[in-house]
Design a protein around this ligand. Structure first.
Ligand SMILES: [Zn+2]
Length: 212
């Protein structure tokens, strides 16, 4: 995919990097235009004593390191774990972005994701884009009971290395020792999907809709 408009949806900062960081890097290398929307900076799930805007700052470091400009990013601040209360506002935001940015492809969470905020974003994503854009979902195995690896995007070692570099900006999450932030986990998952695509590394996606 080259020179397309691609919309990335993250319920919280870090979701898209974890689910499809290597693919985002590959899409940027191919000259695609990226617009990125984050719905919550999870102020209420930070370790005690940490500044409330910590995750916003960490995410800003991530997208700037990728060369993405501020005007191509929307950082919203809905209350973590309560996105269901904002369902209609989230839909209206997506419709506004749809009309302005006209994405060819939307990447968001899976309809098989059981995090209460992720499922809200996944559902509203389908509602907003089902008739006009291709839609694929990234994998977050700790939230998925099932995940259909219908689409595999092959990646180079350097792209996985860069994905790990991106995740290192999230120091607040390393403090929590989340096991899915470990390098072993990132390499292991990438290798496992690589084996499915007869290459070394890949990321997996569910296809919700494909329109060309
Ligand atoms: Zn999340």
């Amino acid at each position: 995919m080259e020179n397309k408009n691609i919309l990335i949806l993250s319920p919280h900062t870090d979701d898209a990097e974890l689910g499809c960081g290597g693919t985002i890097i590959r899409l940027l290398e191919k000259g695609n235009n990226i617009h990125w929307v984050v719905f919550s900076t999870a102020e209420n799930s930070l370790p005690e004593g940490m500044p409330k805007d910590t995750l916003k700052t960490e995410f800003t470091d991530v997208y700037r390191s990728l060369g993405i400009k501020d005007e191509n990013v929307d950082i919203l601040n809905y209350r973590v774990r309560y996105l269901f209360e904002e369902r209609q506002q989230i839909l209206e935001k997506l419709v506004t972005v749809r009309n302005k940015f006209k994405p060819d492809l939307v990447l968001g969470p899976s309809l098989n994701d059981f995090h209460q905020d992720h499922i809200v974003v996944a559902t509203e994503m389908v509602r907003a884009f089902k008739n006009c854009s291709s839609i694929i979902s990234y994998e977050l195995p700790w939230n998925n009971i099932t995940f259909n690896a219908q689409m595999l995007i092959r990646l180079e070692k350097e792209q996985i290395t860069k994905k790990i570099e991106l995740l290192k900006f999230y120091k607040s999450q390393f403090i929590k020792q989340r096991n899915y932030f470990s390098e072993d986990f990132i390499w292991g998952l990438a290798c496992s999907h690589g084996a499915q695509a007869n290459c070394k590394y890949a990321e997996a996606f569910e296809i919700i809709r494909w329109i060309e």
